[in-house]
Ligand binder design. Structure first.
Ligand SMILES: [Zn+2]
Length: 362
């Protein structure tokens, strides 16, 4: 996966832009920012990363670099098999070829269908903030996990999902991804979908637009570098705290916004049994939905095996979201992130060509 592949994705995005104009317009109309009071009430799930731990890397200082030089240095993630997708399928109504063939558990919950989402024009999903694209049928649920990757908890979530042969969507934090790239690569290798959730999980509504854009772009670039491939153009605002300026920016970047239909509030409950009760009781009322949970939360990792069993027992069906195209990250943010993580610059030469022994004292 090199820069040229990314450029091809950019070209594809430009071509489909024309096709997606109608959708873009309707998507903008549908993008209703959360009421101020609602945003104010909502706690951030992990809080600002910067507030909790020392910065692992500075924010990007965009700089001019040859765009084709540095992506070759990206560590490559294992490539899961890609399924062919019909063009502009959103959502696909065709039943996915369920991964049952690879599933060792004959009684697994499994994936009922997979949808390919075209994020041209920045559509929003999840009835807490968006109403337009409700693609789930009665009884269907989408599992989403935020704020990882995190040791122990994320691997436990992956194990629980694998045991039931289901796929989910993860919204990793940029900084966490740079700290634990090997865990993020496990998520990718298991064919889950990854998006992004900012660089440091600050409340973007409290930042300047320029600062918020840096948070968004650094988040995508950090996830791309850590995962070894660009993620889906799927974004979730920390605390679901969005602004009209930023939803417009994401629309321009062709990045979809994922709110939720059903918030588990697992970060508040901090108890596996309560997490299960929270999700199942809300599902009983709504009958379907995009569920917001956190692979960062220990209680969720512990709750998930039982929660998935209960979903199956109650007849709920899992829908897996994929992106029609990967996100097109911005080269200057990629370069800044790469430099921050590795100390390498785009024009880095091998040490031996920079420092050469000319006298070894013999
Ligand atoms: Zn979060």
């Amino acid at each position: 996966m090199g820069r040229w592949t990314w450029l091809a994705a950019a070209a594809t995005a430009a071509i489909v832009l024309g096709i997606g104009i109608g959708w873009m317009l309707s998507g903008k109309e549908s993008a209703q920012p959360a009421p101020e009071a609602k945003v104010a009430e909502r706690e951030l799930t992990t809080g600002s990363v910067a507030a909790r731990m020392a910065a692992a890397a500075p924010l990007a200082q965009p700089q001019a670099v040859p765009t084709q030089a540095f992506p070759q240095q990206f560590p490559q993630a294992p490539t899961p098999p890609q399924q062919a997708r019909p063009a502009a399928a959103m959502p696909s109504s065709a039943p996915a070829k369920v991964a049952a063939a690879r599933c060792a558990n004959p009684d697994a919950l499994g994936v009922t269908r997979t949808v390919a989402i075209d994020t041209t024009g920045g559509p929003g999903f999840g009835s807490e903030q968006f109403k337009a694209y409700d693609f789930l049928e009665a009884g269907e649920v989408v599992l989403t996990f935020d704020d990882g990757p995190w040791p122990n908890n994320t691997p436990a979530v992956l194990a629980a999902l694998a045991a039931q042969c289901v796929k989910a969507t993860f919204f990793p934090i940029g900084k966490h991804s740079t700290w634990h790239p090997e865990i993020l690569k496990q998520v990718v290798a298991r064919d889950h979908t990854i998006g992004a959730h900012t660089w440091s999980h600050v409340n973007l509504a409290k930042k300047t637009v320029a600062e918020a854009k840096d948070e968004i772009e650094n988040g995508f670039s950090a996830v791309a570098i850590s995962a070894g491939r660009p993620p889906a153009p799927f974004f979730r605002f920390p605390g679901l705290s969005q602004t009209p300026e930023l939803t417009a920016y994401l629309a321009q970047r062709n990045i979809g916004i994922f709110s939720a239909d059903l918030d588990s509030f697992d970060f508040k409950l901090k108890n596996p049994d309560k997490v299960i009760t929270s999700v199942m009781s809300k599902l009983d009322k709504r009958g379907k939905g995009i569920i917001l949970m956190h692979d960062f939360q220990h209680s969720t990792a512990v709750a998930l095996p039982t929660l998935l069993q209960q979903l199956k027992a109650k007849g709920f069906k899992i829908v897996h979201m994929k992106a029609k195209d990967a996100v097109v990250t911005l080269p200057q943010y990629d370069a800044a992130m790469l430099k921050a993580q590795t100390g390498q610059t785009a024009d880095a030469r091998p040490t031996a060509s920079v420092v050469r022994t000319i006298d070894d004292g013999q």
